[in-house]
Design a protein around this ligand. Sequence first.
Ligand code: XIL
Length: 383
Amino acid sequence: MRAARVAAAPALAALALAGCAPRRASPPAPVPATLKAALGGRFLVGAAVNAEVFSGRDTAGARLVREQFGSVTPENALKWESLHPRPAVYDFDAADRYVAFGRDAGMFVVGHTLVWHNQTPRWVFEDSAGRPASRDTLIARMRDHILTVVGRYRGRVGGWDVVNEALADDGTMRRSPWQQIIGDDFVELAFRYAHEADPAAELYYNDYGLENAAKRAGAVALARRLLAAGIPLAGIGSQEHDGLDYPDLAAMDSTIAAFGALGVKVMITELDVDVLPRAVRQTGADVTLRAAARAELNPWPDALPDSVQQALARRYADLFRVFLRHRGDVARVTFWGVTDRDSWKNNWPVPGRTNYPLLFDRQGRPKPAFDAVLDVARAAAGP
Ligand code: XIL
């Protein structure tokens, strides 16, 4: 910067001497304020994309993603039920389009997710008579799935959520079919197979509710076990399906610090902020949770009142202040969706609501929360 200014000075002086008042060059076309420009020097900013976006059918959504974000995650296209619905059937159509969309735009492409107890067909865990599969059978299926999927996108998917949600709320291993049939070592095996399939890919553990002290401790213990066993765990993803008043910022701060101290990357992987009345006591993100629709749970079907809009902006500012404070540790922040229109929060845990959890409104226009995030990024950058 300084060198450029010095170099320009003689030219201006020459113009003045020549009798031409130095005219200001017409201002360059304004660079659109983007999340990736404002935050990209600190961490990657990503979005989960659905098939409408990555297939390009939602042209405005696809444009918005290319303009604003430096990374993508597939909302559903790489889950087991999408890719591998029956034992001998793999369907890569949507997944291939997703990966091509991210690569063509030069984005960091995330794979989500290889081993999870949800959105995984029942046959995976059963034998031909419908009884629980044996440990050996389930391990063989997991290995085949991971080698096939990770192998297909070797060198193109930069990082994988290898295991999703293996912990219970008390920090012990969740009693999922994976854990019940294989045992606790299913996590380690999944990472070994993923590493075998693409030794250069980053491998992550991903979960929700990690601000809860017991679950945080469980995640730290799990990560330590993996690292001690020589597993190349590259990072831990904290989903962050948050609300206006949860989780507590200090607890979030402690979680990021605890994971950072392990020497792995910390990623916020599924960020959104629910503004609607809470339908259930729980603040996690168990996708099987359902609550009945009631009018009082859907108070703003037409527009968000300004007071809530402002509260959402303040909440996003607070969250990004925490992320930026840990910018040595936080490697990526990914939003779970692009616009409020396509957020899963319109249908979870209550179906058919009108929620407002993201930075872009239903028309794809930036909301006050978007400006608040950019302001926080500028303030963190200094004058
Ligand atoms: C959600 C998707 O957004 C929905 O479309 C789908 O019906 C259910 O799953 N934690 C995760 C994500 O890791 O994969 C979930 O995504 C949200 C909670």
